[in-house]
Design a protein around this ligand. Structure first.
Ligand SMILES: Nc1ncnc2c1ncn2[C@@H]1O[C@H](COP(=O)(O)OP(=O)(O)OP(=O)(O)O)[C@@H](O)[C@H]1O
Ligand SMILES: [Mg+2]
Length: 665
């Protein structure tokens, strides 16, 4: 479908790839990997024709269409979320614009409606709704102007558009950066059954493992293609590295012995010409490069430390927090002690990010108070950052910008070095930095003058493994107080000294590291335990707790408005009269009944599923293939029914949760 041959591209004398070739066929699922700054995004830009290669060619199969998700920002105009998701072609986008801006009875409107219908608009819209829901948009967001969404949600809306469009080739630049774990699960499944080809850049091993059937690595200007998923790639890469190292060592030995001969006999008249020919032999050799490794390891560096704060760092008292009518916290009490390094875990949407923002003071609570301790300075590091970096500044200038007077250029340079800006890299203009390089610069800026209360939301987004290790190095030296959210189990294990579990607005502290938390909760899967709810292994432990949880999940998983959340609605809701309340409590009772029924159905199906699984594992199916086939078919049917029933249960639980919260208000 797409052929790159002998493509060469360099920026300012630095070669990103040299004579790189790649053949992409229909149905390919390729993961594109490599360290930050290797040129992954640039390769996509070359494929898309946004960057011209210095040499070589890019040839598309005639008629093949593609969809592209950029790594960082994507544009939005006045369209609604649903319109954005349906704008699968320029024609469609134009028609949607007219439909939104003209009155129903105008001629233009009718013409646009025809275009819309000709393009299967109604079907598209239905599919778009489904996909938006999968990516955790609420129905109430569909008609909201896309530009009122925060950056991460705009990217999600664009991602939805690409999935609605279903192009022959999806080109995705780190799509998982914008997703939470639950939406990630949905997205992963969706891509697995996607019928077109996929070329995806990602640093997320699990995601790649589930999805790709080959891996293309950019390493030192070359593309290497490996068959299989990410694990397979690692295995083959190790083997290749060993082979390369052996070949390199052999060649070095040969060079040394030739050189030694030349050195010894150069002065001797009788052997001079032989010595000369040995030197020529060295010259003519196709020199192998030293295998990767040494140059990207993190050096020892003493990071600047913040001023010491009081023992009690920050306190939340009687805090209520809500988004619109959905309550996330009610009467919350919390306190952090100096020197703690706490990871926040719990189901997605339980309010982890909200808690960080409340602690950081970037979000004002509806009610209650936040008190900072003695000499505390809080710093907030968000997942989607819009750094105020002058784009014409160099890395070094940007790092020094706003740093206190005492900070020397030498310190700034060393810190840049610790975050893998090597040599001339510090003189690069900010405008050309890759996604990971920008995140690293943000970290350097913060760590040059660190606050003594540090609140970080997914700080490893965009970072490759070496950069994550650099951050681990910095944070393990950090003497201030740290609270953070992360999906990276390795990172959590290296940093966290305590764990705070958040679910249904309730906080449960664990006074030990992540493994202590796993042990206490008897969790078997380290990654799943990150988003486990109350009772951890038991998804539907009772009715009350999970219902409230679902309500909260719906609340905080919903797109953040750029304008503040609707506190006003909360207060207005409280003032509603009693007649309305009575009506609501009737609806609540009905929904609760439906919920109980849905729960019974889920349980029945789960029983059936267990029975069938047990039967399949028994001896009979081995001897009787047609029985095995039948059992498998039944199991699949039950599992499908179970998925539907669980979705119904989820939806009802969320509704009941909302109604309960409202009826309490
Ligand atoms: N227009 C440009 N001028 C000069 N250098 C550039 C330009 N665009 C990119 N670069 C440099 O080329 C390198 C590759 O950038 P690219 O964005 O392709 O990296 P990447 O592999 O996608 O990295 P990441 O994992 O951080 O996203 C980077 O070091 C970047 O600073
Ligand atoms: Mg990139």
């Amino acid at each position: 479908m797409l052929t790159l041959s002998q493509v060469t591209k360099s920026f300012n004398g630095r070669t990103l790839f040299e004579e790189a070739s790649l053949q992409l066929n229909r149905g390919d699922r390729i993961g594109l990997v490599g360290p930050n700054g290797a040129g992954k995004s640039t390769l996509l830009a070359v494929i898309l024709g946004r960057e011209q290669p210095d040499g070589g060619s890019v040839v598309w199969e005639r008629g093949a269409n593609y969809g592209y998700l950029p790594q960082e920002s994507a544009a939005v105009g006045n369209e609604t979320v649903l319109q954005l998701a349906c704008a699968v072609s320029t024609e469609m986008a134009a028609a949607l614009k007219v439909l939104a801006e003209t009155s129903d009875d105008s001629e233009e409107h009718h013409a646009a409606l025809e275009v819309f219908a000709d393009n299967d608009g109604w079907q598209l819209e239905a599919r778009a709704k489904q996909i938006l829901k999968g990516l955790a948009f609420r129905e109430t967001d569909f008609d909201r102007p896309a530009r009122t969404l925060s950056g991460g949600w705009v990217m999600r809306a664009h991602l939805a558009r690409l999935l609605v469009q279903q192009p022959d080739l999806l080109l995705l630049d780190e799509p998982t950066n914008h997703l939470d774990l639950e939406s990630l699960g949905w997205f992963q499944e969706h891509l697995r059954t996607y019928r077109g080809a996929i070329l995806v850049i990602s640093h997320d091993r699990e995601f790649l493992n589930r999805l790709v059937s080959s891996v293309v690595e950019i390493s030192r200007g070359r593309l290497y293609r490996y068959r299989g998923n990410y694990e397979d790639y690692l295995g083959q890469k190790d083997a290749r590295a060993e082979q390369q190292l052996a070949a390199y060592k052999n060649q070095q030995k040969e060079i040394q012995s030739l050189q030694a001969f030349a050195d010894r006999f150069r002065a001797k008249a009788s052997k001079a010409s032989q010595a000369q020919s040995k030197l020529k032999q060295i010259d003519r050799m196709d020199k192998l490069e030293a295998p990767e490794g040494a140059e990207r390891t993190v050096g020892q560096f003493r990071f600047p430390q913040p001023q010491r704060s009081g023992q009690r760092v920050v306190v939340l008292k009687d805090v209520d927090q809500a988004y619109g009518e959905l309550v996330v916290y009610r009467g919350l009490q919390f306190q952090a002690e100096r020197g703690q390094k706490t990871v926040l875990v719990g189901p997605n949407g339980a309010g982890k990010s909200t808690l960080l923002k409340l602690l950081a003071g970037v979000l004002q609570p509806v009610a209650g108070e936040r008190e900072l301790g003695h000499q505390v300075r809080a710093g907030y590091f968000a997942q989607h950052r819009h750094e105020m970096l002058r784009s014409d500044a160099t890395v070094l200038e940007a790092a020094m910008d706003g740093a206190p007077h005492g900070v020397s250029e030498q310190t700034a340079r060393s810190l840049c070095g610790a975050f893998l800006f090597r040599g001339d890299d510090v003189f690069k203009p900010v405008a050309v930095l890759s996604g990971g390089e920008k995140t690293r610069l943000g970290l350097v800026k913060m760590l040059l003058d660190p606050p003594n209360l540090l609140l970080m939301d997914e700080p490893t987004t965009h970072l490759d493994m070496a950069s994550i290790d650099a951050l681990i190095g910095a944070l393990s030296q950090y003497e201030g107080t740290l609270l953070f959210i992360s999906h990276d189990v390795h990172f959590i294990r290296s940093i966290a000294s305590t764990v705070l579990h958040i679910s249904a607005g309730k906080l449960v502290p664990y006074a030990g590291n992540y493994d202590y938390y796993l042990e206490k909760t008897k969790a078997t899967n380290a990654r799943a335990a990150l988003v486990a709810g109350e009772g951890l292994s038991d998804k539907r432990g009772g009715v009350v707790a999970p219902v409230a949880k679902a309500a909260n999940a719906a609340a905080a998983a919903a797109p953040e408005a750029v304008a503040g959340p609707g506190m006003k609605e909360v207060r207005e809701a409280r003032k509603r009269d009693s007649a309305e309340r009575a009506a609501r409590s009737k609806t609540l009772r009905d929904k609760q009944k439906a919920l109980a029924a849905a729960e019974a159905e889920v349980m029945a199906l789960e029983g059936k599923q267990a029975e069938l699984t047990a039967a399949l594992e028994g001896p009979e199916p081995y001897q009787n293939p047609s029985l095995a086939l039948q059992l498998n078919r039944d199991l699949m049917r039950v599992q499908q029914a179970l998925a539907v029933a669980t979705a119904t249960w989820d939806a009802l639980a969320a509704e009941v949760g909302v109604l309960e919260v409202e009826s309490e208000a």
